[in-house]
Design a protein around this ligand. Sequence first.
Ligand SMILES: [Zn+2]
Length: 130
Amino acid sequence: MFHIYCPYCEEHREEEEFHPKGQAHIQRPVDPEACSDEAWGDYLFFRDNPRGIHHELWVHAVGCRKFFNITRHTVSYEILETYKMGEKPSITAADLSEKDKQAGVQAASGGWQTVGARPESEALNKEARA
Ligand SMILES: [Zn+2]
């Protein structure tokens, strides 16, 4: 068993109290009626699966019942930080050490929202969907 720090309760609690809810920082298209089917499909169904730093949405289900974000390393499963909704992570893929980069851990192509995905793999995904 391990403990996860809830940024709202401001204490470590047992992992059984929490549930993961998938990738964090996914923004709904501003005007869904105007966006393309592909953009809407990306929003609904496609998520990053990086080898490295990943930002995830979690809920403290058996506690304060609030949603918050976790920055987790997908190779080591280490939770690097937790932060409240609306806050930006202080750790991103840009902070990876040279050792991690040489070990094949992916770095973000841009922005802090979705780190880990490489442009080549995004292109492959689009070809596979076409
Ligand atoms: Zn809590």
